[in-house]
Design a binder for this molecule. Structure first.
Ligand SMILES: NC(=O)c1ccc[n+]([C@@H]2O[C@H](COP(=O)([O-])OP(=O)(O)OC[C@H]3O[C@@H](n4cnc5c(N)ncnc54)[C@H](OP(=O)(O)O)[C@@H]3O)[C@@H](O)[C@H]2O)c1
Length: 331
C-alpha cells in the first residue's frame, strides 16, 4: 500500500480508501450481509488500507454501526471519515449528528468530519462554527467538505480551510476537471474521489445499458426514461458503453482488470489524495488495494483520457451525477 499525506493534518492515509456506502444494502446496492461487510473491512485492513469513509446517511447509520463493530479494538490504526446529512446543517444538529455518529462508530473521535452536501438554506458561518466547536471539543480532528463547487468552496474558504473536498471522479465521470479540480489544486485542498467505478459500472460486469439494474442506472449516464432517475436528461448510454468496451481492450492488453485500470488512472491525476472506492467483498478489497502499487505509463493515462472524452463532453461541466443542470446541487 502507498500512503499520502493528507494536507492540513499530520496524518498519512492510504491512497485507496474503503468507501462504506454499499454496506448499507440500500436501493442502490441491494441486500448486504453484515458478516461479509465485516470480513471486507478486515481484508481491507490486512491489505494496508487505513482510511475508511462512511456517513450518517448510509442505511440511516447502519454503515457506521457495521464499521464501528468491525474496527472495535483497532481504532488507533485507522483514519475514519464520516459526514452529516444535508438537513442537519444547523449548529445544534451538526453537534447532535456528530455525537450520534461517534456512538455508532464506537469511537471518541472522527478523524475527518465532512459536510455531505451544501445546504444553501443555512448560512455557512453557522455550520462552520459548529464544526470548529466539535474540533475544540476534540470530537473531530479535521473538517472536510463534499460536493462543493467553485462558488461554495470560495465562500467556505473565507471562513476557514477544509482539508478535503470529496468529489465524484472517475474515467466515466470527469466533470470536476472543468473548474473545481483546478481550484482544489491551487488551494492545496486534498481531493477524495468518490464513485471511481461509477457505482460499479466500470467493473466489466455490464456489457449493455439494459443489463444495469435500476438502482445503479440512476446517474446521468442513463436515459431519464429509466426508473428512479431524477435528472430529466437523455443520458449518454451509447458513449458510455463504447468507452467501456475500449477500456476493456486496454485492460486486456495490459493484463489488468478494468477495476485496476480505472483506479490506477485516478491515482495518476494531479491533486488526488485518495480514491474512495466501494468494496463489499473481501476479494474486492484485496484486488483494489493492490492498485496502489501500480503505475500507468503517461501514454496509457492519455489513451484513457481520449477514450472517455466523448462521455465527458456529453455530460458537460455539471458535477452532479444524479441531478440535471437545472437542479444541480453543485454551484
Ligand atoms: N460524498 C458523497 O456525496 C459520496 C457519494 C457517493 C459515494 N461516496 C463514497 O464513495 C464510495 C465509493 O463510491 P461508490 O460506492 O458509489 O462506488 P464505486 O467505488 O464506483 O463502486 C463500488 C462497487 O463496485 C463493485 N466493485 C468494487 N470492486 C470491485 C472489483 N474488484 N470487482 C468487481 N466489482 C467491484 C462493488 O459492487 P458490486 O460487487 O455489487 O458490483 C462495489 O460496491 C462510497 O462507498 C462512499 O463512501 C461519497
Amino acid at each position: 500500500m502507498r500512503y499520502a499525506h493528507l494536507p492540513g493534518t499530520d496524518r498519512n492515509v492510504s491512497v485507496i480508501a474503503m468507501g462504506c456506502w454499499a454496506l448499507a444494502g440500500d436501493q442502490t446496492w441491494g441486500p448486504q450481509d453484515e458478516a461479509e461487510s465485516i470480513a471486507t473491512i478486515h481484508a481491507a485492513l490486512d491489505a494496508g488500507i487505513n482510511f475508511f469513509d462512511t456517513a450518517e446517511l448510509y442505511g440511516a447509520g447502519l454503515a457506521e454501526e457495521v464499521l464501528g463493530k468491525a474496527l472495535y479494538g483497532q481504532r488507533e490504526k485507522v483514519f475514519i471519515a464520516s459526514k452529516f446529512n444535508w438537513e442537519n446543517a444547523r449548529y445544534e444538529k451538526v453537534i447532535l449528528s456528530c455525537e450520534a455518529s461517534l456512538r455508532r462508530l464506537r469511537s471518541d473521535v472522527i478523524d475527518l468530519y465532512q459536510i455531505h452536501w451544501a445546504n444553501w438554506e443555512v448560512p455557512f458561518e453557522e455550520t462552520w462554527s459548529a464544526l470548529e466547536e466539535l474540533k475544540r471539543q476534540g470530537k473531530i480532528r479535521a473538517i472536510g467538505v463534499c460536493n462543493f463547487g467553485v462558488k461554495d468552496l470560495s465562500a467556505i474558504l473565507s471562513l476557514g480551510k477544509p482539508v478535503t473536498n470529496q468529489l465524484p471522479y472517475g474515467l466515466l465521470f470527469r466533470a470536476i476537471e472543468y473548474d473545481i479540480l483546478p481550484l482544489c489544486r491551487e488551494k492545496h485542498i486534498g481531493v477524495l474521489c468518490y464513485s471511481p467505478l461509477t457505482i460499479g459500472l466500470l467493473t466489466g460486469k455490464y456489457k449493455a445499458p439494459d443489463e444495469v439494474p435500476p438502482g445503479r442506472a440512476r446517474t446521468r449516464h442513463f436515459s431519464c426514461s429509466r426508473p428512479l432517475t431524477r435528472h430529466g436528461e437523455p443520458g449518454c448510454e451509447a458513449e458510455t458503453f463504447a468507452a467501456i468496451r475500449e477500456i476493456e481492450k486496454v485492460a486486456e492488453q495490459l493484463g489488468l482488470t478494468v477495476v485496476q485500470l480505472a483506479l490506477a488512472w485516478l491515482l495518476a491525476q494531479q491533486g488526488v489524495t485518495s480514491v474512495v472506492n466501494g468494496m463489499r467483498r473481501p476479494s474486492q478489497a484485496r484486488e483494489n488495494a493492490a492498485v496502489a502499487d501500480l503505475t500507468l505509463s503517461p501514454e496509457v493515462v492519455e489513451q484513457l483520457r481520449k477514450i472517455t472524452d466523448p462521455v465527458k463532453e456529453k455530460l458537460g461541466p455539471n458535477p452532479d451525477m444524479w441531478e440535471g443542470s437545472a437542479r444541480s446541487r453543485f454551484r
